[in-house]
Design a protein around this ligand. Structure first.
Ligand SMILES: NC(=O)C1=CN([C@@H]2O[C@H](COP(=O)(O)OP(=O)(O)OC[C@H]3O[C@@H](n4cnc5c(N)ncnc54)[C@H](OP(=O)(O)O)[C@@H]3O)[C@@H](O)[C@H]2O)C=CC1
Ligand SMILES: CC(C)(CO)C(=O)C(=O)O
Length: 318
């Protein structure tokens, strides 16, 4: 067996499911160490086939060759070792349904924001890995992504099933040059990430302003309300967040996270700009629903979720 054959045996094959801003950038990095199928829309697939994936920003600049874009499960022609879901939470079920026969029995990780994606994925396979990424990604044009600020390592933790898959995934991601660490408390980790998205995504999207708007004197009180309500609901759900109190988290939010992302726009901003559905019902809308179940008032989250739903139904003239 020659070196090339040895290498191809050791080189894992990864399927990125729902490749847009996050998924294409991830595919661009993973292509250094793995064979990568990127399940994406035809507009991205065509651009990548023509001239590779264009990347710019803190994860590297230039064209990445070698990614295999696919627009349906029949285009996947070799065995896949690991799957990473990067579709919006609103598409988790439909994309798992579409690729069900490929992902069945494989370890599947979610790098999505919001609460509830891992539970859906668990209906399609036994080994589920929860993940968080606290980095800013956007689509510049078809097959062209930008990666800007990064505020924390990527984190993965076992949700259900085979722990060996977690070690393998972390090893591959690390070898690709991404800062990554295990998260032994991934359920709490997903809520911790959701706190940031609940606090800043809808406000930034509604006001058409970068994340720094959250620190504005007129806006700050709303952010504080959103976070305090989320803490009350998390406590009622028995979720232990990494910061003991809402005020401890708010200190971290305003001193670290908001400054780190001050100049960039969150994913929900791009959803509203492009007339897409948002993940509001996996974030603020979810907190409002749980609050109702626990008898906890959540006026800030309810109000913001209503504004975002209205904005979804009334796209801006462009
Ligand atoms: N952007 C960011 O900075 C960050 C985002 N996240 C989270 O990561 C997840 C992905 O976000 P992001 O990358 O911004 O979202 P994008 O909308 O840019 O990417 C998701 C992509 O999946 C595509 N898609 C959906 N269904 C299918 C399908 N059946 N087949 C092929 N492609 C499909 C979408 O196409 P279409 O739009 O046409 O439906 C879209 O291109 C979200 O949960 C988000 O909250 C987490 C951290 C940071
Ligand atoms: C961390 C942040 C705010 C980065 O853009 C994000 O998670 C998002 O945009 O949804």
């Amino acid at each position: 067996m020659d070196n090339e054959q040895m290498e191809s045996l050791q080189r894992p094959t990864i399927l990125v499911l729902g490749a847009g801003a996050v998924g294409l950038a991830l595919a661009g990095r993973l292509a250094r160490v793995a064979t990568v199928y990127a399940a994406c829309r035809p507009v991205h697939a065509n651009a990548i086939r023509d001239r590779g994936l264009l990347m710019e920003g803190i994860w590297g600049n230039g064209a990445v060759e070698g990614i295999i874009p696919v627009t349906g499960p029949d285009e996947i022609t070799t065995e896949v070792d690991l799957v990473i879901v990067t579709a919006k939470g609103t598409d988790t079920r439909s994309i798992c349904e579409e690729y069900a026969r490929v992902i069945r029995g494989l370890p599947v990780a979610s790098l999505q924001n919001g609460i509830g994606n891992e539970e859906i994925i668990a209906e399609y396979t036994g080994t589920v890995i929860g993940g968080t990424v606290t980095t800013n990604f956007s689509v510049v044009a078809p097959g062209h992504v930008r990666v800007l600020s990064e505020s924390a390592p990527m984190r993965f933790g076992i949700w259900s099933g085979d722990g060996a898959a977690l070690d393998r995934l972390i090893g591959i991601v690390r070898t690709a040059g991404i800062t990554v660490e295990p998260d032994p408390e991934i359920r709490s980790g997903k809520w911790a990430k959701a706190l940031l998205n609940i606090a800043v995504n809808p406000i930034s999207a509604l006001l058409h302003a970068p994340v720094g708007v959250a620190a504005d004197a007129d806006i700050r009180k709303t952010v504080i309300g959103l976070v305090r309500e989320t803490y009350a609901v998390a406590a009622a759900e028995g979720v232990r967040l990494p910061w003991a109190t809402a005020d401890d988290y708010l200190e971290y939010l305003f001193s670290v996270q908001v400054p780190d992302f001050a100049a960039v726009y969150p994913s929900m901003y791009y959803d509203l700009e492009r007339g897409r559905r948002t993940e509001i019902d996996l974030l603020n809308g979810y907190i409002a629903r749980l609050g109702e179940r626990h008898g906890i008032a959540t006026p800030y989250n309810r109000c913001i979720a209503g504004f975002v739903r209205y904005a979804e139904r009334h796209p801006r003239e462009r």
